[in-house]
Design a protein around this ligand. Structure first.
Ligand code: F6R
Length: 614
């Protein structure tokens, strides 16, 4: 969701900024823009609705010189996607240019007061209000840009990461953040700025993650300064990036999503590495061991997440209740944060997020912390806001997930939840040794079992042709397969734009069964489980109404294979681990249907990879 890139140094800024914008495309956006100061101190802004490639086309033949610049991909919040609303925005004098991620909540009041002072606005954005405010404060206080930014941000309510450049000051970028990520890269006599590390990694692996209400004063040829809104100097904490450039490229696959689906055997091995040890029959997560008492004595676990991460959380509920005997509630962060939830100091909160930047989850965490609860994060992006705002946690270690539809992050989130449940259950003595060892041994086999599922890619691609023209889908599952059903449905709707709903299979007869006819594909996850026979009854109910059934079944299955119109086989495993396998064919099915429909699989319309506004 919105992307920021900045550069100051001795190289041509334009090409670095455009490349950086391409790297951030995965976040989701609808327009793009760039501001450059050339050697004659002209501040040029170019913007275009659409893709970064449209911006490149628009900039052709124009003056794109300059060794300082800022660039932006916008995901519309205030005002439609358009050339005018795209960032950067000029201040009234055209002396300043600003880019912004986030939402200025009190922009309307600020705008009204600036209008009364004679400021004229070109766009409908909250961002233009901020740049005008900075200019106004700078003028009336006769102060420098850094102080003006500090004073302006003190008046702002909301979330922001910003970068500002000033025509009269071509050696300086001012950047600041609150509840929206911003990273400064430190090169040899040059600095980079970005919403995440992906545009920076090919130039330097030394970065500084800004904290809330910190301002980076980035001066050409001077050491970086970090100050807070009261101008108190802070010591920059340099972090070494462990990202590699290969991880940001498609590596021969036609889409990032396909690459990421195929990466899952490796990402799950990475995720379990050093944590699962079959030889010593152990699973150890340092975050759990360090906080053993909190988990053992937890009155309740509350899992907070959004979207796919919320679906992983539902699997967590089944795991913690089955193995640890701790009551669990799984909450949408967006609902939790606004409904006066009862939070006890002996509740353990688990926040799950791939990006680690989801605004609703961050706010929900804050609420839980204020109530004195212990907060544990399960995140993928190292150094992101959620790991920095939680008491402890576990990374999923799957590397950058670029495809907007989450795949490898989901399986790793589930794997972390399995490891947590096993680790806590053993400490709490709520799991038998036999069951512990059986799940542990099966868990270690999951990556190679996924490899056998991936071998069916061509078969699943062929199957997808049958379903490409469907307008609706239903996904059904029970127990551990219910979250898989809703995750499978989400994958399909996100990238193919086909309407799909997931239900617990037994809920069918309470309403959705009215939708079944011979045009309704029903995907049933009918793998071995304690409710297998019940699922068979649900399949019969659908058959009786001429629904077309695609079933995900185990290799050893013979009953469902006879009833379903189409089947995809997955290897047998422990019931609690079945989501790690059954989701894979559903990811592939959605992918192939979306490709056949000609959809932009990696950047589906209206979606953002990291939802940094509420
Ligand atoms: C679905 C998807 C979204 C995210 C959701 C939460 O494929 O990607 O539903 O899961 O926006 O994002 P994170 O996990 O970054 O908090």
């Amino acid at each position: 969701m919105c992307g920021i890139v900045g550069y100051i140094g001795s190289k041509n800024a334009y090409s670095i900024l455009i490349k950086g914008l391409h790297r951030l495309e995965y976040r989701g956006y609808d327009s793009a823009g760039i501001a450059l100061i050339n050697s004659q101190n002209n501040l040029n802004i170019y913007k275009a609705k659409g893709r970064v490639s449209d911006l490149e086309e628009f900039s052709q033949g124009k003056d794109i010189s300059g060794t300082i610049g800022i660039a932006h991909t916008r995901w519309a919040t205030h005002g439609e996607p358009s050339h005018i609303n795209a960032h950067p925005h000029y201040s009234q004098s055209e002396n300043l240019a600003l880019i912004h991620n986030g939402i200025i909540e009190n922009y309307a009041i600020l705008k009204e007061s600036l209008k009364q002072k004679g400021y004229i606005f070109q766009s409908e954005t909250d961002t233009e209000v901020l740049v005008q405010l900075i200019e106004y404060i700078k003028t009336i206080n006769n102060t420098d840009i850094s102080t003006a930014v500090q004073l302006a941000l003190k008046q702002v309510i909301g979330a922001y990461s910003i970068a500002v450049i000033e025509k009269e000051n071509p050696d300086l970028i001012i950047a600041a953040r609150k509840s929206s990520p911003l990273v400064v890269g430190i090169g040899e006599n040059e600095f980079f700025l970005a919403s995440d590390a992906s545009p920076i990694i090919e130039y330097t692996n030394k970065v500084i993650y800004l904290d809330d209400e910190e301002i980076a004063v980035i001066h050409r040829n001077e050491p970086l300064r970090i100050v807070n809104l009261n101008n108190v100097e802070k010591t920059p904490q340099i972090t070494q990036l462990e990202l590699s450039l290969n991880e940001l490229e498609k590596g021969g696959y036609s889409h990032f999503m396909l690459k990421e689906i195929f990466e899952q055997p490796r990402t799950l091995r990475d995720c379990m590495s050093g944590r699962v040890n079959v030889d010593s029959n152990n699973v150890v997560l340092s975050g759990i061991i360090d906080n053993k008492e909190k988990f053992i004595n937890a009155r309740r676990i509350i899992i907070l997440a959004c979207g796919t991460s919320w679906h992983a959380g539902l699997i967590g509920e089944y795991l913690f209740e089955e193995f640890c005997r701790i009551p669990v509630e799984v909450e949408y962060s967006s609902e939790f944060r606004y409904r006066h939830p009862v939070i006890n100091p002996d509740d353990v909160i688990i926040a799950i997020s791939q990006s680690g930047e989801t605004a609703d989850t961050l706010a929900a965490i804050e609420l839980a912390k204020q109530a004195g609860a212990f907060v544990y994060g399960i995140c993928n992006v190292v150094g992101s806001s959620i790991p920095r705002n939680t008491d402890s946690g576990s990374y999923t270690h799957v590397g950058p997930e670029i495809g907007v539809a989450s795949t490898k992050a989901f399986t790793a989130q589930v794997a972390v939840l399995v490891m947590m449940a096993l680790n806590i259950a053993r400490e709490k003595k709520t799991i038998s040794e036999e069951q512990f060892l059986s799940v542990l041994s099966e868990l270690s086999k999951i990556p190679s079992k996924i490899e056998t599922i991936l071998q069916q890619n061509n078969y699943i691609e062929d199957l997808s042709k049958i379903f490409t023209y469907a307008h609706n889908f239903i996904y059904l599952g029970r127990g551990y397969s219910y979250p898989v059903a809703i995750e499978g449905a989400l994958k399909l709707k996100e990238i193919s734009y086909i309407h799909a709903e997931g239900y617990p299979a037994a809920e069918m007869k309470h309403g959705p069964i009215a939708l079944i006819d011979n045009e309704m594909p029903v995907v049933v996850i009918a793998t071995n489980s304690t409710t297998y026979d019940k699922t068979i009854s649900n399949i019969q109910e659908i058959k009786a109404r001429n629904g077309r059934i695609l079933a995900i079944v185990n290799k050893s299955d013979y009953k469902v294979k006879e009833m379903a119109d189409y089947t995809i086989e997955i290897p047998d495993t422990e019931e609690c681990l079945s989501p790690l396998l059954s989701i894979v064919p559903l990811q592939l099915l959605s992918y192939h249907i979306a490709v056949k429909k000609g959809r932009d699989v990696d950047m589906p319309r209206n979606l953002a990879k990291s939802v940094t506004v509420e």
